[in-house]
Design a protein around this ligand. Structure first.
Ligand SMILES: [Ca+2]
Length: 358
């Protein structure tokens, strides 16, 4: 019995060894079929798009919808959020944004704050929600400088991989371009953007011409960014989001819910244009090479006047890669699609409302 069992064990070990050799030979000697190799290569190269959001989350409420929508797309694995930046001088914007990120299960997203001279408007909701929902931030006065956070976040990324989306004033981006080499990166702002950023998606301006809020609030910054940005820029104009109405559907969201609460405080849970949601949705979906049929692009050059108004030149120019969106989608269908993402529910929302700074 003993010897029989030993022989069985030896046979079993031999079978295992032969199986290993066969597998090993196949791995070394037999190339994958063309189709399998292509699939493997596709999977290895599949990279979730990296994104930084710059928002004036304070005066209007579409920024709140855009943040909710961005988290919804991140939940679907379509985007990786590297950082968020506040361009509004409202110091409550930071704890409010932190409360949103915690609510949606991403408490570690770093938040930068515009420093120095900044555009500031009263908000109907940032302070109230910062006091009603849990967050881990002090006010914006204690938050990192947005420019420093930009430089740090960008310098850590592979070249030409980052999508920047701005849905507010261009103050932070102008300062980023003006930034000098430092201990974070030997590159100045323009060089750093050229090396790390794939493209900028900008909600701002009106096309082919007009005068729009984000552009004229800090018109010097706008002119500087539009003139100097060293990579591709896609502009989503006032005329695009104006007719895409969302927000009233948040009445369906269970309360308490910070996005529902924001719309409640802003306009009593009625509809509002979706300027910022359109820009974020476009940026993420096209980074995933999807949904491009919803818009077409008109290439040329964006020109900004000192008063923040803008006009479009249809001719292409060397070194300028500007385009603005032209909507092709049915407006009501697009609104429905965006609002569904704004209704994203976190997997496990924080259960107890607590005060600021806790
Ligand atoms: Ca905005």
């Amino acid at each position: 019995m003993k010897s029989g069992a030993g022989r069985k064990s030896r046979v079993f070990i031999c079978i295992i060894c032969i199986a290993c050799m066969v597998v090993s030979c196949r791995e070394k000697d037999e190339p994958l079929s063309g189709e399998a190799s292509e699939k493997l290569s596709r999977e290895l190269s599949k990279e979730v798009p990296r994104l930084i959001l710059d928002t004036d989350l304070s005066s209007d409420v579409d920024d709140v919808g855009a943040v909710a929508l961005l988290h919804g797309l991140a939940d679907q694995g379509k985007v990786r959020i590297l950082a968020m930046q506040i361009s509004s001088g409202d110091l409550w914007s930071v704890p409010f944004l932190d409360a949103l990120n915690i609510w949606f299960g991403r408490p570690d997203i770093p938040i930068g704050m515009v420093k120095g001279k900044a555009v500031r408007h009263e908000s109907k909701y940032t302070r109230i929600i910062s006091e009603e929902f849990p967050h881990n931030s002090g006010t914006g006065a204690e938050a990192p400088d947005a420019v420093e956070l930009y430089r740090r976040s960008l310098s850590e990324q592979p070249d030409h991989t980052v999508t920047l989306v701005t849905i507010g004033y261009l103050t932070n981006l102008a300062k980023l371009l003006q930034s000098e080499a430092d201990e974070i990166s030997p590159l100045n702002g323009v060089e750093l953007v050229r090396q790390k950023v794939q493209r900028l998606v900008c909600m701002g301006g009106e096309y082919p011409s007009g005068r729009e809020w984000n552009f004229y609030q800090d018109s010097a910054a706008t002119a500087s960014v539009v003139e100097q940005w060293p990579t591709s820029v896609v502009f989503s104009g006032f005329e695009i989001g104006k007719e895409v109405l969302t927000g009233s559907g948040l009445q369906e969201a269970a309360s308490p819910h910070p996005v529902r609460r924001s719309y409640e405080l802003y306009n009593g849970l009625t509809n509002r244009p979706s300027w910022d949601q359109v820009a974020v949705y476009y940026a993420v979906m096209t980074a995933n090479e999807q949904q491009t049929k919803l818009w077409s692009k008109n290439s040329g050059r964006n020109m900004v006047r000192p008063d923040g108004s803008n006009y479009w030149l249809n001719k292409r120019e060397e070194g300028i890669d500007h385009a603005y969106l032209v909507q092709r989608a049915d407006t009501a269908a697009l609104a429905e699609l965006l609002e569904e993402l704004m209704l994203t529910q976190p997997n496990s929302p924080p259960s107890r409302p607590i005060g600021p700074g806790q």
